[in-house]
Design a protein around this ligand. Structure first.
Ligand SMILES: NC(=O)c1ccc[n+]([C@@H]2O[C@H](COP(=O)([O-])OP(=O)(O)OC[C@H]3O[C@@H](n4cnc5c(N)ncnc54)[C@H](OP(=O)(O)O)[C@@H]3O)[C@@H](O)[C@H]2O)c1
Length: 269
């Protein structure tokens, strides 16, 4: 998922569509929109205290963007409803710098109507953002914001000193070597700062690496009722096959207006 997946589609919760829980069959029910989204929050709020959850959107033919090369053109109000709920359950959103640049990420805010439910669960305010970048090319709108993001980079990043100056030394986490952040070490460094509930919003390049490193616990994936063809990336962008393929255990499936919203747990070997 993405900021366009976010910002462009933010609506009042009560304007959102009702979501029908189709699976598991024995729990089938309807989630009417509610300002505090207490019921939907409860549906997703059974992950372990420390977890990494990914949230992505795809067209039915597997496109991770529309023809405009962003995901805002392939999401919709049902997806946005879940998107806000998942953010409200996270300590930190992690994105690749490509997504931060392409989707125009700005500092994150949980809608006020969800804040009480968030606080009740002991989640930190504000919701933090962490951007993964080897180059250090993180948008100025983030680096110069009142509330800058964490930057997850490497010790060899050419802009390390400048990044530390702009976002503060504690917000720059430099791990790994060459152009590869050690993603496991970076997530541990976030956890050491109290950021245990991680929401990975892509993009496809970062998500593929997180999956390959067995760092993703759960995937939430929205299928929008669209076909786009073209060169759109799939939600995992990688040249190599995942070896072995990772198995998923279906947790639930929601539906609204032709949009299907699934949740899978990654099975551990
Ligand atoms: N369908 C969805 O749900 C969804 C979600 C998000 C994004 N998107 C779309 O996906 C596209 C962007 O995805 P993407 O795959 O091109 O980019 P991405 O994964 O968001 O970002 C790639 C960039 O992240 C940094 N990076 C990733 N892994 C790294 C590592 N291990 N070490 C160091 N740096 C690392 C690098 O940044 P530097 O170049 O700065 O070194 C790299 O160029 C956009 O079109 C966006 O709209 C779709």
């Amino acid at each position: 998922m993405s900021a366009a997946h976010t910002a462009a589609t933010v609506t009042r919760v009560t304007d959102s569509p009702a979501l029908d829980l189709l699976l598991p069959v024995d729990r089938a029910r309807r989630f009417e929109p509610r300002d505090d989204e207490a019921e939907l929050l409860a549906l997703f709020d059974d992950a372990p205290a420390r977890h990494v959850r990914a949230n992505m959107v795809s067209t039915v033919d597997g496109g991770g963007t529309g023809p405009d090369d962003v995901s805002g053109s392939i999401n919709g109000p049902a997806d946005n409803r879940i998107f806000q709920v998942l953010r409200a359950l996270a300590d930190v959103v992690v994105v690749g710098a490509g997504t931060a640049r392409d989707e125009g990420y700005t500092p994150l805010h949980v809608p006020a109507s969800l804040a009480a439910e968030r606080r009740r669960r002991g989640l930190r305010d504000p919701l933090e953002l962490a951007v993964v970048s080897a180059s250090g090319a993180v948008p100025a709108a983030l680096l110069d914001a009142d509330r800058p993001p964490f930057v997850l980079t490497t010790p060899g990043c050419p802009d390390l000193a400048e990044l530390r100056r702009r976002v503060g030394g504690d917000h720059v986490i430099a791990t790994g070597s060459g152009r590869d952040v050690d993603l496991g070490a970076a997530l541990s460094a976030l956890a050491a700062r109290g950021l245990h509930r991680v929401l990975a919003e892509g993009g496809p390049g970062l998500l593929a690496q997180l999956v390959a490193a067995d760092l993703i616990d759960e995937l939430c994936l929205t299928w929008s009722p669209l076909l786009v063809g073209g060169p759109a990336p799939r939600v995992l962008r990688t040249d190599d096959w995942l070896d072995p393929p990772r198995r998923l255990v279906a947790r639930h499936l929601l539906h609204a207006d032709g949009t299907l919203l699934g949740r899978w747990q990654v099975a551990r070997a």
